[in-house]
Design a protein. Structure first.
Length: 512
């Protein structure tokens, strides 16, 4: 059972008193004719139509509903501000219309955070604020716990008491409902996030992609380098995995002659939490028949620029101290060249993992990868340590090592390197794409090679998926594939430096 504070006990007592008087503190029905935005626009239009004549004051009636965010009593009158989806609007209570008992009832029984319904006539105060002159009102929902918002409350003697707000990032993420209730800018961020997803859908739909849905519960995980969450299906009597990627299912659809497909949905990876990682996240993946990674690059920069303009109004976006320009074309950096320029190591001169490790150790001393790593993982280490932090403006880093890209086609004439790119901005990875491997014999051998070269608990290990290979054997068209973390793009477009800020309910450690 909850342990109530003194303020909560006072409000619970008010609930009992209301019920004793036959007033339901949580009535079933509510009425509203306008939002605050709608009524302000309607009243301003009526003012223009009425002109300057004092005899022709507009009479605009409304019933409004919202949460009480401020109130003050001033003798026979009281003022309150309520907040709804459109913003805040003022209510005016006067004894002449309502009677002293009703105004006293409002002042005594209504608290900040309560939801109220109020009907009356709109007018403009002497200070110019559009206000509802209340003729009737009722309680819609009683708030037991005071909202943790900055509030200035004026007492009868004129003194002002300030109540502290919701400041802790941990508390804001844990109690997102309270964060949303008291911070309009947070609500706006999530409206923009929704606009981002709409923009991505619009772009892909306009480019003849078909949106599809693939299984979240899968008998075999694959399509990415990550450790899965495992569950158990009682009826089927088998373990299942929460998907880590959509890839292998979406490419099955290419086999079925659906040439352009995409999905926006949740993926789940049982790995660490950081400013850019959450175990449950929103992913966009698309696959395009008869395209390669160069064509996917062009499509990617066009799509992200389109989304940026729809969400922010510009392809230029402020992110911390940087101004990112998403307008095409983005920078393009070949991986070998980028690593050489930032670390001094030419990976082309070191064909084995052992050779590459010795070169890194000689060049950088103790700053080395695990000596048991594959050559590809050592190259990935060089990217993360030296190259990635320099990729501030939107950049495509391309041509990756084969052994960490088991689903990508090799570059003709270079069996160690594949046609893969990752998109970077602000120093972290935004997206990943391949010229997809469609040779079933090569694909099967790569699965076998990974099973041999990687340990059983290796996160990057992809299990052999015989059904996927069977689909490939029916014939898969050449294609380009793409995956992007939508949350990371939201971070960039909304200028947020933690993934928690763009997730309504991020993963958090259990409260003690």
């Amino acid at each position: 059972m909850a342990e109530y504070s003194t303020l909560e006990k006072i409000r619970l007592q008010k609930i009992e008193e209301l019920r004793a008087e036959g007033i339901d503190p949580y009535p079933t029905r509510a009425e509203r004719t306008h939002t605050s935005t709608q009524i302000i626009a309607e009243f301003e239009a009526a003012e223009v139509a009425a002109g300057d004549s004092p005899e022709s004051k507009p009479e605009v009636k409304a019933t409004l509903a919202g949460r009480i965010r401020a109130s003050r009593a001033m003798g026979k009158v009281s003022f309150a501000h309520i907040e709804d989806v459109g913003g805040k609007i003022q209510l005016f209570f006067r004894s002449n219309e309502l009677g002293k008992e009703r105004v006293d009832f409002f002042n005594k029984m209504f608290d900040l955070g309560d939801f109220i319904q109020a009907s009356g006539v709109m007018f403009r105060t002497k200070t110019g604020e559009i206000t509802l002159h209340v003729h009737d009102f009722k309680l819609l929902a009683k708030s037991v716990t005071p909202l943790p918002a900055d509030k200035d409350v004026t007492q009868e003697d004129g003194t002002v008491i300030r109540y502290a707000g919701l400041e802790s990032p941990e508390l804001r993420a844990r109690q997102r409902y309270a964060d949303l209730a008291v911070n309009p800018d947070v609500r706006e961020n999530f409206r923009k996030r929704a606009a981002l997803i709409r923009a991505l859908r619009t772009f892909l739909d306009d480019h003849d992609f078909l949106e599809v849905e693939t299984p979240i519960l899968q008998p075999l995980y694959g399509g990415a380098a990550a450790r899965p969450f495992t569950t158990h299906h009682n009826e089927l009597e088998q373990d299942m995995y929460l998907r880590i990627s959509f890839e292998l299912y979406l490419k099955r659809l290419l086999v079925g002659n659906l040439e352009r497909v995409y999905e926006i949905g949740r993926d789940f990876r049982n790995e660490g939490v950081s400013f850019k990682h959450n175990p449950e996240f929103t992913q966009l993946e698309f696959y395009c028949a008869y395209a390669d990674y160069l064509q996917v690059m062009e499509l990617t920069e066009q799509m992200v620029a389109f989304a940026a303009e729809k969400v922010t109004g510009s392809t230029k976006v402020k992110f911390g101290e940087h101004e990112l320009e998403f307008k095409p074309p983005w920078n393009r950096v070949e991986m070998r060249v980028g690593i050489l320029e930032t670390s001094g190591i030419d990976i082309a001169e070191h064909k084995t993992a052992d050779e590459l490790f010795k070169a890194i150790a000689a060049q950088h001393g103790n700053k080395t990868p695990d000596p048991k790593s594959t050559r590809g993982k050592m190259i990935d280490f060089l990217v993360g340590e030296f190259l990635e932090p320099t990729l501030i403006q939107p950049t495509f880093l391309y041509n990756y090592p084969r052994d960490i890209s088991p689903l990508a086609k090799p570059i003709p004439g270079d069996p160690l390197t594949v046609e893969r790119f990752e998109g970077y901005a602000a120093g972290f990875e935004l997206c990943n794409a391949f010229t997809e491997l469609n040779d079933p014999i090569d694909q099967e051998q790569r699965f076998v090679d990974m099973a041999r070269d990687y340990t059983d608990d290796e996160e990057e290990k992809n299990p052999l998926d015989e059904d996927y290979l069977r689909a490939m054997r029916y014939g898969m068209p050449p294609n380009g594939g793409f995956g992007m973390g939508v949350d990371r793009l939201a971070m960039l477009l909304l200028n947020k430096h933690s993934i928690r800020e763009v997730l309504l309910f991020p993963a958090l450690r259990k409260e003690e």
